[in-house]
Design a protein around this ligand. Structure first.
Ligand code: GTQ
Length: 365
């Protein structure tokens, strides 16, 4: 990118330079000034674009996948959501992966583990379970669960009648960009679950910490976060707080041991927009994948309007302006989201800014 600014690269072209660049290339080298303005942009230049994936359009294709491939052959039956410029990384936005996984009644998948971390947000169906390092979690619509990097996990559906569809969120693109991924199939193909279902929730899911418990792993000891407790927490906070002008009533799923993010690479939140609430625009570094947990409304992301309703998924690339509107005058709307903020914060790269023009709102394009 040619710029005529002192302090930026502003070298023109010439035959002599081209010949010089060719000689550098032969030695596996190059001249910084030919790429400097691209690799050091003034501000983030995400390749990802804002996108909306409509659940009503995707759901039939997700169901169809269960007739096309078996669970055993596929490993997991998932329809991935892919950003056009991130296809090579299988990323939905930035370095985050997401997909819709289906499990038919009575099905179960084999156990495996990987360096990448995963999270689930259940969309529909009764009977979903997952065993994470021996803890059998039973989850239903609106529940959030984690499978941190390195933990054995296997999923299934114990219902006799309804398919389960949940949204997967993983940091696969990040871990692969860092050349740090590993994968193992469980030597027995299945784990032996502990005696009590949801042991992590019974141990770590209250306002008290069990005596003498220490926890040194880099992720939350609490593996499942039920919808009822989440929604109650949001409603309670709404009684005592006006929330944030840019996020409404927003709460983070936390590691109860540290108060920090559930996993080192990904954080997750649930936010409530009160009836007719319209948030003000802001932007920050870090990518976000949203899932509409409840309600109807729209979001404007970099000037593009996305009309959403329950179960729709949309993404916000790094440094994009965005704002949300709950269109229902009587009911709240809830947005589940996951993000790479822990990475941004821990690397000292998190930057946030509120829009000051136009009353804090973007013009729509
Ligand atoms: O369940 O661990 O959607 O490894 C993609 C890769 C889910 C999983 C995905 C995975 C998983």
């Amino acid at each position: 990118m040619q710029e005529d600014v002192l302090g930026r690269s502003r070298v023109g072209g010439s035959d002599e330079l081209d010949e010089y660049y060719a000689r550098l290339a032969k030695l596996g080298a190059g001249a910084l000034w030919t790429v400097a303005n691209d690799i050091e942009p003034w501000y983030p230049q995400p390749r990802s674009i804002p996108m909306l994936w409509k659940y009503d359009e995707l759901r039939p294709l997700v169901l169809e996948s269960a007739n096309l491939v078996t669970a055993d052959d596929a490993g997991r039956r998932v329809v991935m959501l892919v950003n056009p410029e991130r296809e090579e990384l299988s990323a939905a936005v930035g370095l985050l992966y997401t997909g819709l996984q289906i499990m038919n009644p009575g099905e179960s998948m084999t156990a495996h583990r990987h360096a990448a971390s995963a999270l689930r947000f259940v969309i529909e169906g009764e009977g979903a379970w997952t065993i994470v390092d021996g803890d059998r979690l039973e989850v239903g619509p609106g529940d959030f669960a984690i499978t941190p990097g390195g933990t054995w996990h296997e999923h299934g559906n114990s219902s006799g009648s309804t398919p389960v569809i949940w949204q997967d969120g993983l940091d696969i693109p990040l871990v692969n960009m860092l050349d740090a991924n590993f994968y193992q199939v469980h030597p027995e193909l299945h784990q032996v679950p502990g005696r009590v279902v949801n042991t992590s929730l019974l141990t770590h899911g209250s306002i008290l910490k069990p005596d003498g418990r220490t926890w040194s792993k880099p992720y939350s000891p609490l593996l499942a976060y039920p919808w009822e407790m989440t929604y109650e927490a949001l409603n309670n906070l709404a009684k005592v707080s006006d929330g944030s002008p840019t996020d409404g009533i927003a709460m983070e799923y936390v590691n109860p041991h540290t108060g920090g993010s559930v996993m080192p690479t990904m954080g997750a939140r649930m936010q409530m927009l009160r009836p007719s609430e319209a948030t003000k625009a802001h932007r920050h570094t870090g990518s976000v994948v949203y899932q509409v947990a409840k309600g109807v409304g729209h979001s404007i992301v970099n000037g593009r309007r996305f009309d959403w309703k329950k179960n729709d998924i949309f993404c916000v690339p790094s440094w994009a302006w965005y704002e949300h509107v709950n269109e229902d005058p009587a009911e709240d709307a809830c947005l589940f989201s996951f993000n790479d903020f822990p990475v941004m914060r821990n690397l000292g790269l998190f930057v946030e800014e509120a829009l000051s023009e136009n009353g804090g709102h973007q013009p729509e394009i």
